[in-house]
Design a protein around this ligand. Structure first.
Ligand SMILES: *Cc1c(COP(=O)(O)O)cnc(C)c1O
Length: 467
């Protein structure tokens, strides 16, 4: 980094490849791509927590909107039409640019070509809006009054609030208490869009009261906020529950990221060697890689795909591939996934929104089948990479996205060793303006890393449901 611009202000940009590869409005995808159709080993079905039988449409539609429950169960249709109303909303902030990180390449002095797909160009500041608008649309179309959800870092709650106000739906958000306190401005954005925001665990639900009684002083977790949101939805007439990650339907909606990325790369005949994304519940990574994994599954192409997770919440790299509850209150269906156990609560000092105990069943299956790799990184090195990136590329990245930046930089530096000009593509999922408490900690040298011990994980695994 030290040599950047020293004595040489020139950035060499190729004549062929622009700094930003923009698509036309009519190149925004009109269909989502359902990678499950091409998977030989389908992701394991959701199970009814009481009977351990595969959850049926009738059961799922008690909790989820009917059309979304159908998408959840659809392993067969490779392409699903995006309704025109959703396409129109996408036009507000899509297509998202694919940026060639010329300045970062120079700063790293690497022969690698680095590209990032930037999903932070909307008020919610992340890719989550891609699914939020779809979920709000199907709820509205079904004639519901409103939806409930949880939010961790706050991006999902914000995206859903925006989407619900657009379709004039009621929106009740359970926000993990630690974020509610650390990110008061996120909360205000949600309220500005008309959402009702409650810190979780709360005394507004039975499960919240139970968790509060068992763990007084808890800072909350996603798993626990999910339980509260589900309870609220099923006990309130005209409401359903919506979720911002993990589920098959969410990953499906997020394939707009990968489809646009592929169109942009194809325009310039660029073949990625490495595709990198951060993995919380797996929706952005799943969406980014789906069209590429599809080619792998059909035996057409091969790519190196890397999922990056925090060392503080390492579901792929240290978790078990097993059926587990999606929530602490054990009210949701069981999902087979890489999991740390539904009672696992990552250390509160971890800033990012990658704190979920499990991982998308689709990604879990692809990982188990060897189509993708996974690695984990520590928080301080992530913020170092975020800062490096911000200083030369301009965008202040979200801490979550910076996990991908960190590994993209590492891969680019490996290319410097070997002299290879690999094409590295990573997902820049959002901006970090609401994460300044974490940036402040990093800038003040007060940020710490926390890595759970094997004993902690074993204790959590011991509570996995017996199948
Ligand atoms: C929520 C979020 C993530 C992680 O969620 P996934 O479902 O794994 O994509 C990553 N980046 C940002 C900016 C987010 O808001």
């Amino acid at each position: 980094m030290a040599n950047f611009f020293k004595g040489d202000l020139k950035i060499i940009m190729s004549k062929e490849i622009p700094y930003k590869i923009y698509l036309e409005e009519n190149e925004i995808p009109k269909q989502w791509y359902n990678v499950r159709a091409d998977m030989k080993n389908k992701p394991a079905p959701l199970l009814n927590p009481a009977t351990h039988e595969p959850a049926t449409l009738e059961e799922l539609e008690q909790v989820f909107c009917t059309e979304l429950a159908k998408q959840e169960l659809n392993n067969d249709d490779a392409y699903i039409d995006i309704p025109e109303e959703i396409q129109n909303f996408y036009k507000m902030y899509r297509p998202a640019p694919l940026v060639r990180a010329y300045c970062l390449e120079k700063a790293l002095d690497t022969p690698a070509h680095i590209y990032y797909k930037f999903e932070g160009n909307n008020t919610s500041g992340s890719h989550k809006l891609n699914s939020a608008i779809a979920q709000a649309y199907y709820a509205k179309k079904q004639g519901l009054k409103g939806v409930t959800t949880e939010t961790g870092a706050g991006q999902w709650g914000t995206a859903l609030s925006m989407s619900c106000s657009y379709f004039d739906l009621d929106c009740k958000v359970y926000m993990v208490k630690v974020s509610y306190e650390q990110k008061p401005f996120r909360r205000e954005v949600m309220r500005t869009y008309g959402a009702d925001v409650t810190p979780s665990p709360s005394d507004t639900t039975e499960v919240g009261r139970k968790i509060l009684a068992e763990h007084p002083g808890t800072t909350g977790s996603l798993g626990c906020a999910i339980s509260e949101a589900v309870e609220k939805a099923v006990s309130t007439e005209g409401y359903r529950y919506v979720l911002g990650s993990v589920l098959n339907q969410v990953l499906l909606h997020q394939t707009v990221i990968g489809l646009e990325t592929k169109t942009a790369l194809d325009k310039y005949d660029i073949t990625p060697d490495i595709i990198i994304g951060c993995a919380g519940g797996g929706s952005n990574l799943g969406g980014l890689i789906s069209p590429f994994v599809g080619e792998m599954l059909r035996g057409e192409k091969d790519y190196e795909i890397i999922a990056v997770e925090p060392k503080s919440c390492p579901s792929l790299t240290r978790g078990k591939f097993a059926y587990d509850f999606c929530d602490t209150g054990k009210v949701c269906p069981l999902a087979k996934m890489y999991t740390l156990g539904c009672d696992f609560i990552p250390s509160a000092n971890h800033a990012g929104g990658l704190r979920y105990h499990g991982m998308s069943s689709i990604l879990s299956q692809l990982y188990d089948d060897g189509y993708i790799k996974a690695t984990s990184v520590e928080q301080t090195e992530v913020f170092k990479a975020a800062t490096q990136f911000a200083r030369v590329e301009g965008i202040l990245p979200a801490p979550e996205s910076s996990h991908a930046i960190k590994v993209a930089i590492d891969e680019a530096l490996k290319c410097k060793e070997t002299g290879e000009a690999k094409n590295i593509v990573f997902g820049l999922t959002g901006t970090g303006y609401f994460d300044m408490v974490a940036y402040q900690k990093y800038n003040d040298g007060l940020m710490t890393d926390y890595v759970p011990t094997d004993e902690e994980l074993e204790a959590s695994f011991a509570k996995l449901p017996k199948m």
